[in-house]
Design a binder for this molecule. Structure first.
Ligand code: CTP
Ligand code: MG
Length: 242
């Protein structure tokens, strides 16, 4: 089974670029970068994108990678992949205005022979092989798609006009992450037909696809703000590479 990854890295990172008061005390290495997209924000002295590229390259489950790059950053992505020795990166293509548009562009670069496609956010640098293994395992069991998810630790309430409408049953809720894995033709059909959604799974669900949730990983945190970047950096052991 040939497994391809579409690595969505085309976002601007506007929230990362916002200088929050909480970042004032951080080291320059983790301060927001306003001159570059989020994929090239510095994590331990190298682009954020390097972390997920290296991890996906090392995964025995993954054969090839398409990077959806920030417009005008297609070439730096290829140079970075070469520098890291990521031979699985076959294409770097400029993304679209929204994440869904970028994913559609990336999926268009995946050849017909691919059996499965994983869509991953470059903004989640700490992708682990254990999660990838659980996702591929679910596809092998016959699911159309599989997503990593975590049961929220807080009680979640639905609110309307400032009033609580209901308390949702926590055991039935999952906060969903990426990578999200799909049988290739299922994802192709979903991205071709459904216009906007917050994640790929929603596109597949909307067409009646069967998607399961496998155990996620707290370290799959999505880097949104400078505080998130500092947290990921601390998990990796501080601001300097060892
Ligand atoms: N993404 C993308 N193309 C877009 C927008 C987002 O490929 N037009 C990717 C981002 O690069 C990121 C993932 O989708 O890896 C999740 O998006 P998000 O965390 O919102 O990143 P940004 O859009 O870059 O950040 P912001 O919303 O703060 O600008
Ligand atoms: Mg965004």
């Amino acid at each position: 089974m040939s497994v391809w990854v579409v690595l969505a890295a085309a976002g601007r990172g506007e929230r990362l670029g916002q200088v929050a008061d909480s970042t004032a005390g951080l080291s320059p290495a983790v301060r927001p970068n306003q001159d570059r997209p989020k994929a090239f924000a510095q994590l331990r002295g190298r682009p954020l994108l390097a972390e997920s590229l290296e991890r996906l390259e090392a995964s025995t489950w993954i054969d090839s990678i398409v990077v959806v790059a920030p417009p005008d950053w297609e070439e730096p992505v290829i140079l970075l992949a070469e520098e890291l020795g990521c031979g699985k990166v076959v294409t770097s293509i400029g993304g679209g205005e929204t994440r869904a548009a970028s994913v559609r562009i990336g999926v268009g670069e995946v050849p017909d022979e691919a059996a499965a496609i994983l869509v991953h956010d470059a903004a989640r640098p700490l992708v682990s092989d254990a999660v990838v293994e659980r996702l591929i395992g679910a596809l092998n069991e016959g699911w159309d798609g599989a997503v990593p998810g975590l049961t929220p630790s807080d009680t979640i309430k639905r609110v309307h006009d400032q009033g609580v409408v209901e308390t949702l049953p926590r055991a039935e809720l999952r906060a969903v992450q990426t990578p999200q894995a799909f049988v290739a033709p299922v994802l192709r059909a979903a991205v071709a037909e459904v216009d906007e959604a917050t994640d790929c799974s929603a596109l597949v669900e909307a067409r009646g696809g069967r998607v399961t949730v496998v155990e996620g990983d707290v370290r799959l945190l999505k880097v949104t703000t400078a505080d998130d970047l500092a947290l990921v950096e601390s998990w990796l052991g501080g601001s300097e590479p060892t």
